[in-house]
Design a protein around this ligand. Structure first.
Ligand code: SER
Length: 320
């Protein structure tokens, strides 16, 4: 039987694509898109929608009851750069929201919860390359602090209450539907929009900055694969390391320039450089591969070609 799903943060970078994917898998009426405010982009409005503040536990309980929800994807969160501008707000949104969702879930018959962690859970003392699953988690951003605390809270709810919470440490995500907004890896999305729009881009990270990244179709695939895996294949309820490819800002610019002749990138690092420098450059995801069969499909060249094709089609008014 198809699950009854609620997705918070549905108008966000992941939600805007995960909701349509889940609706195609489980049926439109079985996936409720929860948004913080009525979205301008109607990408999730072709099925049930609810305006929901995850900071309000009673409202979360009401939504779970109204739609008889048994599975929650809790995506509503602030990203790293925005979190450094307002650390108090980052704590409130990221931690109160998660606690409310977990508590409302366990007391209202929800059987499965998905929650996104991040490469931002790591700090400067973790090995920079092939960062292992069990590397130290000592982040220096409030975003990272909420990711580490959040992973521990998810694990606690599993251990104490048996709630089946599953969790991925996403790399920076590159996508063409909704803009990320407020992250440190946002440059790798903005660069495509500017390449297609103006043919030039000013990057807020140094040219040699290497970060782990992933194309959204792979992120959706990993999320669904993790959630559909039989319970014995998911022994870990802290975040799974997840990887696809890594590149420097300069390498991405060169790859885009291959398909956008004359594309010019200049580099003007801002406060986000410090955040990027505190994160891993590549991730060892062998536990995800071993436990539930994770394998990415897109490499850098394929992702770049697909992003440019999608954005060009949209510019020509053909939609994507
Ligand atoms: N994409 C996120 C950010 O840059 C990292 O998980 O904040």
């Amino acid at each position: 039987m198809a699950p009854n799903v609620l997705v918070t943060g549905s108008a966000g970078q992941i939600g805007a694509e995960l909701v349509p994917r889940l609706r195609s898998l489980y049926g439109k009426d079985n996936v409720v898109a929860a948004v913080h405010a009525s979205p301008r982009d109607p990408s999730v409005s072709d099925g049930p929608m609810v305006v929901l503040d995850t900071g309000d536990q009673a409202a979360v309980v009401a939504a779970l009851k109204e739609y008889k929800v048994d599975t929650v994807y809790h995506l509503a969160a602030l990203l790293s750069a925005k979190g450094e501008k307002d650390p108090q707000l980052a704590w409130t949104v990221n931690m109160d929201g998660l606690r409310n969702v977990l508590e409302a879930s366990r007391t209202n018959g929800v059987s499965q919860v998905f929650w996104p962690s991040s490469i931002g859970a790591f700090g400067p003392d973790a090995p920079k390359t092939n960062t292992p699953q069990n590397a130290p988690l000592n982040p220096t951003t409030m975003y990272g602090v909420t990711k580490v605390a959040g992973e521990l809270l998810c694990n606690y709810y599993h251990a104490k209450y048996g709630l089946d919470v599953r969790c991925l440490r996403y790399p920076g995500l590159i996508s063409s539907v909704a803009l990320p907004g407020g992250g440190t890896t946002d440059y790798a999305v903005e660069i495509f929009y500017e390449a297609v729009r103006t043919g030039s881009y000013t990057c807020f990270l140094r040219e040699d900055t290497v970060l782990p990244m992933m194309y959204m179709p792979d992120a959706l695939k990993a999320t669904v694969q993790l959630m559909e895996a039989p319970a014995p294949k998911v022994p870990r309820h802290l975040g799974y390391n997840l990887a696809a490819f890594s590149f420097s800002a300069g390498e991405l610019a060169s790859e885009v320039a291959k398909l956008v002749p004359g594309f010019k990138v200049t580099y003007s690092p801002d406060s986000r450089q410090k955040i990027a420098d505190s994160w891993p450059q590549s991730i060892d995801d062998k536990e995800a591969r071993r436990d539930w069969g994770w394998e990415p499909e897109y490499d850098l060249a394929r992702m770049v070609a697909d992003m440019l094709a999608k954005l060009r089609l949209r510019r020509e008014g053909k939609g994507v």
